[in-house]
Design a protein around this ligand. Structure first.
Ligand SMILES: NC(=O)c1ccc[n+]([C@@H]2O[C@H](COP(=O)([O-])OP(=O)(O)OC[C@H]3O[C@@H](n4cnc5c(N)ncnc54)[C@H](O)[C@@H]3O)[C@@H](O)[C@H]2O)c1
Length: 273
């Protein structure tokens, strides 16, 4: 596979390590990094991933990424990177896995990437990320009539640098505190690096306005806990996932990268599941 990565942080580097560990061969790797970060990214590629791909290069825009003729591009950088780089890649006919799904709470951006995928004959792939059960939610979503409630609970340090820090004293919190109640659009807009799950549930199920969200800081949280319930005329279920924070970024639940790995495995393996 010729793989393109947008971003070279926690998810991207963990993904490359897992692919090597799982024996998934990369023929060519291109990494899109922020301008000015090329030398640092190149050095980390050479130091930590020497031999991970037969050929590797670092680029700073979608044109450079596309010049490497990737079979698949995985975005794992953030909202700004989705806006800047994903539409041209899709328009050029290359499939893209978006990890920063919260970016799609921006209705204009969602319309833009859908149109770009349509024009390019490419597919936008939205992985389950930090949660599970998205297959069933998406199936029920098509039938309609859903009520979806999501509660995201993380330790206080995972909410540092977010509006929660203005609402709560995260350093001294001694018990669980709900600091956000609203819909998935507001959650994803206010907490872009922490509410990707809310956006994923909204896109799969009842939509951004109808998906109810509660965000909680809890010093006793056993990890990043994602709980949601679905009530539909066809079925009811609830799910609770106690996810561990990833080693490189406390805001990111560790299974996210495994979910991206699954997308790649399904794409190149003989069986998709
Ligand atoms: N879908 C989910 O369930 C889920 C779960 C966790 C995280 N995420 C999202 O995945 C993304 C990556 O997470 P992470 O833990 O790897 O974060 P990270 O901060 O460790 O890595 C992000 C990297 O992207 C780079 N970057 C930022 N803007 C860029 C741009 N415009 N162009 C190129 N590179 C850019 C940064 O320099 C950094 O190296 C975040 O947006 C996060 O919100 C999604």
């Amino acid at each position: 596979m010729r793989l393109g990565l947008i971003g070279f942080g926690n998810i991207a580097t963990t993904l490359l390590g897992l692919m090597r560990q799982q024996g998934l061969r990369v023929e060519h790797l291109s990494v899109l990094t922020l301008p000015g970060m090329e030398d640092d990214t190149r050095a980390r590629l050479d130091r930590d991933f020497a031999g991970a791909a037969e050929g590797a290069e670092v680029v700073t825009d979608a044109t450079g990424l596309l010049a490497a003729r990737p079979d698949l591009v995985v975005e794992c950088a953030g909202h700004a990177a989705v806006t800047a780089h994903v539409p041209p890649v899709l328009r050029a006919g290359t499939d893209v896995v978006i990890v920063s799904i919260g970016a799609l709470a921006d209705a204009e951006l969602l319309a833009l990437v859908r149109k770009a995928a349509d024009e390019g004959g490419a597919r936008l792939i939205l992985p389950a990320g930090a949660v599970g059960g998205i297959d069933l939610l998406s199936a029920l979503g098509t039938a309609g009539g859903l009520t979806v409630r999501y509660r995201g609970v993380k330790p206080p340090r995972a909410w540092e640098g977010t509006p929660a820090a203005q609402i709560l004293d995260l350093g001294t919190l001694s018990e669980a505190a709900v600091f956000f109640t609203g819909n998935a659009r507001q959650a994803a807009t206010d907490y872009p690096r922490n509410a990707n799950v809310a956006a994923t549930l909204a896109l799969a199920g009842a939509g951004f306005e109808a998906t109810r969200v509660e965000l909680v800081a809890d010093p006793a949280a056993p990890g990043n806990v994602h709980e949601y319930s679905v009530d539909s005329p066809l079925a009811r279920y609830s799910i609770r996932i106690e996810n561990q924070p990833s080693a490189g970024n406390a805001k990111t639940s560790v299974t996210t990268v495994w979910s991206v790995l699954r997308e790649i495995r399904n794409r190149i393996g003989p069986v998709a599941i």
